[in-house]
Every structure is written in structure tokens, then in C-alpha cells.
Design a protein around this ligand. Sequence first.
Ligand SMILES: *[C@@H]1O[C@H](CO)[C@@H](O)[C@H](O)[C@H]1NC(C)=O
Ligand SMILES: *[C@@H]1O[C@H](CO)[C@@H](O)[C@H](O)[C@H]1NC(C)=O
Length: 125
Amino acid sequence: NQDVIQSGVFKPILVHQNKTWDESLNYCWQNYIDLVSLSSQINMEEVINNTITSQTAYVWTGLRFMVGHWFWVSGDNLQYKAWSTVGEPQCPARNLHCGTLDRRRNIWQPKDCEEKLNFVCLMKP
Ligand SMILES: *[C@@H]1O[C@H](CO)[C@@H](O)[C@H](O)[C@H]1NC(C)=O
Ligand SMILES: *[C@@H]1O[C@H](CO)[C@@H](O)[C@H](O)[C@H]1NC(C)=O
């Protein structure tokens, strides 16, 4: 099972700082590897477990909407999805182009990229 193999090198870290999505991405690039990708059920669960101490109800992930589609900044495949039951926002409002993990409902939520939230980076394995 590919997810199990991947989970061995998947090391998310919650950063207890409130930053915009762009600031978060830069912080991850400078201090770790990248903003995290929740590209499988097991990675999603690990990040849920990892963000129990988050100070904000939503935390930034590497999910971004640009030129008509959502993608992971890390380049990971966006096959696994965990949006609300409404499904993937096909044409999100201009101010909802960055993806969070909703810590209360454990689903992805699009948010205003300028909001300042805790965020999850990916560490070197
Ligand atoms: C981040 O924001 C939350 C919610 O507003 C706040 O409780 C927390 O203290 C802030 N964290 C930092 C490091 O400023
Ligand atoms: C997440 O935490 C639960 C409860 O402690 C545990 O059963 C589960 O194995 C953890 N999942 C991952 C992917 O770490």
C-alpha cells in the first residue's frame, strides 16, 4: 500500500505563529521544506493528530487555487480530497483561494489568503 510507504517519510509540523498563506509558505521554505500536502487519508489523519494544539480553528495547508484549479504547492497529486459534502469549490470567490484544514470538522475549507493562521509545514524525513 503506497500510503503506508509514504507515511514513513511524512513528517508534518504545526507552526504556532499566525501568518498569511504567502508568509506561511515562505516560512516553510526557509525553515523546513514546504507547506504540507494532505494527499492521502493517512497523511490527513496524521496532520489532524498533529494540529491538536493549534491556536486557530483553521490551519493553512499547501492547497491553492489558481488559473481555474486547485493544486498542492508541493506538486503532490490531488486525487484524495476531503472537502465538505458540498464538494470541491469549482469557482471560489476571489477571496477564497487558499486551502485550510478545518480543525473542528476535519475537512478542507477555502479561506482568504490574507487571513493570519497557524500552519503546517513538511519537515525533512
Ligand atoms: C494566533 O491567533 C490566535 C487566535 O486569534 C490567538 O489565540 C493566538 O494567541 C495567536 N498566536 C500568536 C503566536 O500570536
Ligand atoms: C491518530 O491518532 C489516533 C488516536 O490517537 C490513532 O489511533 C491513529 O493511529 C493516529 N493516526 C495517524 C496517521 O497517526
